[in-house]
Design a protein around this ligand. Structure first.
Ligand SMILES: NC(=O)C1=CN([C@@H]2O[C@H](COP(=O)(O)OP(=O)(O)OC[C@H]3O[C@@H](n4cnc5c(N)ncnc54)[C@H](OP(=O)(O)O)[C@@H]3O)[C@@H](O)[C@H]2O)[C@@H](O)CC1
Ligand SMILES: [K+]
Length: 525
């Protein structure tokens, strides 16, 4: 599992070392790690000696890291330039840089365009303007320089600790920001690198150890990300004595005559993700299409037999189907069954949901939900609000509804009502396609149906990940998001990285589950 921390948690972990006079050692480790990554990236493109690097250096320790890193790179034969943006710079960092032969220029309002053009052609730019000490975003000439460079599409940008302008705690971005290809972060991953829009600016994130990692192990992470080995430990494992009922039966109230495809995709995805059986509840027109695609499913118009979990809402339209969803929701509450609440069913929430109800809105649906919640204080929340502060709003929705909330996006965030947040980013941009969310709902429904019986994840599996059993629903939702994302990536790879349909994502689900299970069996302790 990857854990991400707030800037304050990182600073607290550093403090004892700073107090004992080891600040310079920490900075050298950070700078050396940064230089190593830059050198490796450049060498994958051309010869290091003679390659050009510009470091954009602010006046704080982030700038110091950048200047020390550039000094290392100068000694390895790179042509180095520093653009000092604050009229002053980290004194020891600047001295080391100058001693290594680096050239320095000062940024002023009058030379922004000239310097942008000068360094945009470099082999690599290091963004060391602001780090965890930033208050707000870039200002004045620094902001103009970042905007101008962004327009000029530099060859390679490496961010020092985090892209400047990104809030380390939340992923909120104060534009303009120079997008990084790689972010080299120190000591611990910053939470802002695992939540959009910040994650979208950071590129690939590499963690450099600087000696504070043991101290961070005792902190509660701000955000968690499941790795493939964690997912293997949480996936259902049928076992030899399993039968279709013990494997988990999922009831699905989805689709409508108008949106029948949502039912077709949800039911088939659930079957492919390992549900023992799927009972489809809906109108004849949709059921005929569902059964044509998934003959293994059962069709019931109104009174379904026993199920272990429900999937409600994808493509639900019209009073009749809404009524079925309402009834199924009431029955789930009465029998304490887990539920996926998607799309049309998001308007049917009880006053207080249990944590085993998992809401799966996209940003627009979350905005509508929050606006409609009386407990949110009659404030209008827009889609833009959610997209610019997804971490804040996913937590708020979970806290106010009592449900677990999975907010779909390029990075999917899941919050449990306790505020524990998971972030998964395993998919490709091609997955933003019609029906993709219906497939995710089906996969999650299948996992919930299987979660009550014959699965590996007793409380011990959660404890092994440092999780409270109460947060297991969020962990399961994160597993579903990851399986879905990996299926999209795998399916796109089948087309040389090309575009996808939701059906293609769905077909890749069994292969993803198979390979995650195989990896778990190979590597388990
Ligand atoms: N601590 C350690 O031992 C280690 C720290 N490490 C590194 O240090 C980084 C944190 O360094 P930091 O605390 O010096 O803050 P940093 O992000 O460089 O900038 C703050 C400076 O900028 C200013 N400023 C603030 N906001 C601004 C704005 N919007 N626009 C313009 N200016 C603004 C502010 O000045 P002020 O305005 O307060 O006068 C202040 O001087 C961290 O990310 C990591 O890279 C590593 O080396 C490992 C060891
Ligand atoms: K930076």
């Amino acid at each position: 599992m990857i854990s991400a921390f707030t800037g304050q948690q990182i600073r607290d972990a550093e403090q004892p070392l700073l107090d004992s006079g080891e600040g310079a050692v920490l900075m050298h480790r950070a700078a050396y790690g940064l230089a190593q990554v830059v050198a490796r990236e450049v060498k994958s493109r051309r010869k290091l000696a003679g390659a050009s690097v510009t470091v954009l250096a602010g006046k704080g320790n982030n700038g110091g890291d950048g200047l020390f890193a550039a000094a290392f790179l100068a000694r390895r034969g790179m042509r180095t330039m520093a653009i000092l943006t604050a009229g002053e710079a980290h004194p020891e960092g600047l001295a080391a840089f100058v001693a290594a032969g680096g050239r320095q220029l000062s940024l002023e309002a009058a030379n922004v365009e000239e310097l942008a053009v000068l360094c945009a052609g470099d082999d690599v730019i290091i963004d060391a303007l602001l780090g965890t000490g930033a208050r707000g975003g870039l200002r004045g000439a620094s902001a103009e320089l970042a905007a101008a460079l962004q327009e000029l599409h530099p060859r390679l940008v490496v961010a020092c600790d985090l892209p400047s302008g990104l809030d380390a705690n939340t992923g909120v971005v104060h534009w303009p920001v120079l997008d990084a290809d790689v972010t080299v972060t120190f000591g611990g991953v910053k939470a802002g690198l695992m939540a959009d829009p910040g994650e979208g600016c950071a590129g690939r994130v590499e963690l450099v150890r600087i000696g504070i990692e043991d101290a961070l192990e005792h902190c509660r992470p701000e955000i968690r990300r499941l790795a493939s080995s964690d997912i293997g430990a949480l996936l259902p494992d049928p076992g030899r004595r399993a039968h279709k009922y013990s494997r988990g039966v999922l009831g699905v109230v989805a689709g409508s005559p108008r949106f029948a495809g949502a039912a077709v995709l949800g039911v088939h995805a659930a079957a492919l993700a390992g549900a023992g059986m799927v009972r489809y509840v809906g109108p004849r027109e949709a059921a005929q299409l569902v059964l044509a695609r998934t003959p293994e499913a059962l069709w019931e118009t109104d009174h379904p037999g026993r199920v272990q979990a429900w999937l409600l809402g994808s493509g639900v339209d019209g009073e009749e189907q809404l009524e079925r969803a309402r009834n199924a929701g009431a029955s789930a509450l009465a029998h304490e069954l887990p539920v996926v609440v998607d799309a049309g069913a998001l308007s049917l929430l009880p006053q207080r949901c249990p944590a085993h109800w998992i809401l799966t809105p996209h940003a627009g649906e979350l905005a509508t939900l929050l606006t409609s919640l009386p407990s949110a204080g009659e404030v209008e929340v827009t889609r833009d609000d959610v997209e610019s502060r997804p971490l804040h709003y996913v937590r708020q929705a979970a806290e106010l509804t009592g449900a677990t909330v999975l907010l779909k996006g390029a990075t999917t965030l899941v919050s449990s009502p306790s505020g524990v947040v998971f972030s998964q980013s395993d998919g490709t941009a091609w997955m933003a396609t019609a029906g993709s969310g219906d497939v995710l709902a089906g996969v999650l429904g299948a996992l919930l149906a299987q979660s009550t019986e014959l699965v590996r994840h007793d409380d011990g599996a959660y404890a092994a990940l440092g999780l409270d059993p109460a947060d297991r629903w969020a962990a399961l939702a994160a597993v579903a998001a990851s399986v879905h994302g990996r299926a999209g990536t795998l399916a796109s790879a089948d087309f040389e990285g090309g575009p996808l349909t939701a059906s293609a994502i769905m077909r890749a689900v069994p292969r993803v589950i198979g390979s995650l299970n195989a990896e778990y069996d190979r590597t388990r302790p």
